[in-house]
Design a protein around this ligand. Structure first.
Ligand code: 5GP
Ligand code: MN
Length: 337
C-alpha cells in the first residue's frame, strides 16, 4: 500500500461515476504512446472485471512496438462517428486518458461530446481541464500511476494483464526510470506491479532496444540532419516524408530519435521536426534541465511537460523551423531561478 498523503487522491465523483455506469468509453490521445495506451487498456481490463461494457477507441493503428499488450478485445479504430457500427460511439461515461486538451482527441472528440458524463484524467501540467470532472496530477510520472490508484479506489484486484499495461506506461513515460519525473511513488507502485508475472527483460528489449533495419537507417539519416546553434545548447533535427520513403521506415519509427539529439553533450534543448504532411509539421521538444519546453509548445497550441513537450505547426518544413526558432533561442537564454 502507498503511504497516505503522498499517493494520488482520486476524486470521489470519478469513483462514483465509474461504479454507477454500465457503458464506458476510454479515449487515449492521438499518436498514442505507451502511457496513453497502457493506462487505457489497464482501465478497460479492470472495468471489464467489474462487469462494465468497455470500449477503447483509437484514431490510428496501434504501434507495432506495443502489440504485445493485452486487452485487444476492447480496441476499436474510430474513423468517422456516422460510420461507426459498434453502437458504442456514445456512452454513459467517457474517460479521456493522458490527454492534455480536446484537440488531442482528434475526430473522437465527437464521442467525447456525445457522452453523458465526461471525465478527464491526466498528468500534463498544461491540461486545459476540458471535462465536467477533471483529475490532473502533474506530480504523477505517468497517467498509469493515476490509473493504478483509480483501480485500487474502485476496489478491483490487479492481475498479470493489468500489471503489464500499467508497467509499460510507467516504463515508457519515465524513460526506463531515468527521467526526472520518477519518484518514490513510482517505485512503490512498480514494486507492487512486480509481484505479478512480468517478463522484464523482454518488455525492456521490445520497448527500448529492438530495432528494424529500416528504423536504424532512418535514425542514421535523421542524425545527419542535426544542426547545432547557440554554442551547441540548441540542437535541431529533421525527419522528412522522403526519408521515411527512402528507408521504408514506419511513422512510429521516429519515436526515440529525439533522444539521440537531446543526449549530445552540451545540448539543453533538442527539437525534432517531423514532416507529417507538406503543411503539417509535428515538433517534438526536449530539454535537459532548466528550459521549459512546455511553455514553448503551449505558445504553438501544443503542450506537454517542462522537459518533454510537442506541438504541430501548419506550415512548410523550413517555415515551421523559422516560426519556432526565436522561442527556442529565448528559452535557451532564460534561466528561471
Ligand atoms: P512527443 O514529443 O513524444 O510526441 O510528446 C512529448 C510530450 O508532449 C508528451 O507528454 C505528449 O503527450 C505531449 N505532446 C506532444 N504533442 C502535443 C500536442 O500537440 N499537444 C499537447 N497538448 N501535448 C502534446
Ligand atoms: Mn503520459
Amino acid at each position: 500500500m502507498l503511504p497516505k498523503n503522498t499517493a494520488n487522491n482520486i476524486p470521489q465523483n470519478i469513483i462514483n461515476k465509474l461504479k454507477e455506469s454500465k457503458n464506458i468509453i476510454i479515449l487515449p490521445h492521438v499518436s498514442v504512446d505507451g502511457d496513453a495506451l497502457g493506462s487505457s487498456l489497464a482501465l478497460a481490463l479492470a472495468l471489464k472485471k467489474a462487469g462494465k461494457n468497455v470500449r477503447v477507441y483509437f484514431e490510428e493503428e496501434i504501434p507495432q512496438v506495443f502489440t504485445f499488450l493485452p486487452g485487444k478485445e476492447f480496441i476499436l479504430k474510430y474513423s468517422n462517428f456516422n460510420e461507426d457500427s459498434s453502437k458504442m460511439s456514445k456512452a454513459e461515461t467517457v474517460v479521456a486518458l493522458d490527454t492534455g486538451d480536446l484537440e488531442r482527441l482528434g475526430n473522437r472528440v465527437e464521442i467525447f461530446n456525445n457522452s453523458e458524463n465526461k471525465i478527464n484524467i491526466d498528468h500534463h501540467p498544461t491540461n486545459t481541464y476540458f471535462a465536467e470532472i477533471n483529475y490532473v496530477n502533474p506530480k504523477a510520472a505517468a497517467t498509469c500511476e493515476i490509473v493504478y490508484e483509480l483501480i485500487k479506489a474502485i476496489d478491483i484486484e490487479l492481475d498479470n494483464d493489468i500489471a503489464l499495461c500499467l508497467y509499460t506506461g510507467i516504463l515508457t513515460d519515465t524513460g526506463g526510470f531515468k527521467f526526472g519525473n520518477t519518484t518514490s511513488i513510482t517505485h512503490l507502485i512498480v514494486s507492487e506491479l512486480l509481484n505479478y508475472q512480468l517478463d522484464i527483460p523482454t518488455i525492456s528489449y521490445r520497448i527500448f532496444d529492438a530495432v528494424s533495419k529500416e528504423k536504424l537507417k532512418l535514425i542514421g539519416k535523421a542524425i545527419n540532419t542535426i544542426e547545432l546553434h547557440e554554442d551547441g545548447k540548441l540542437a535541431l533535427a529533421t525527419v522528412t516524408k522522403k526519408m521515411l520513403e527512402e528507408t521504408g521506415a514506419l511513422d512510429e519509427d521516429t519515436e526515440g530519435i529525439i533522444n539521440y539529439v537531446r543526449n549530445i553533450n552540451g545540448v539543453e534543448i533538442a527539437a525534432l521536426f517531423k514532416e507529417k504532411e507538406d503543411l503539417e509539421i509535428k515538433v517534438s521538444l526536449r530539454s535537459k534541465s532548466y528550459a521549459d519546453v512546455a511553455e514553448i509548445a503551449l505558445k504553438h497550441n501544443g503542450g506537454g511537460h517542462k522537459n518533454a513537450a510537442g506541438c504541430t505547426i501548419n506550415a512548410p518544413l523550413g517555415e515551421a523551423k523559422k516560426i519556432i526558432f526565436d522561442d527556442l533561442i529565448k528559452a535557451i537564454n532564460t534561466h528561471k531561478s
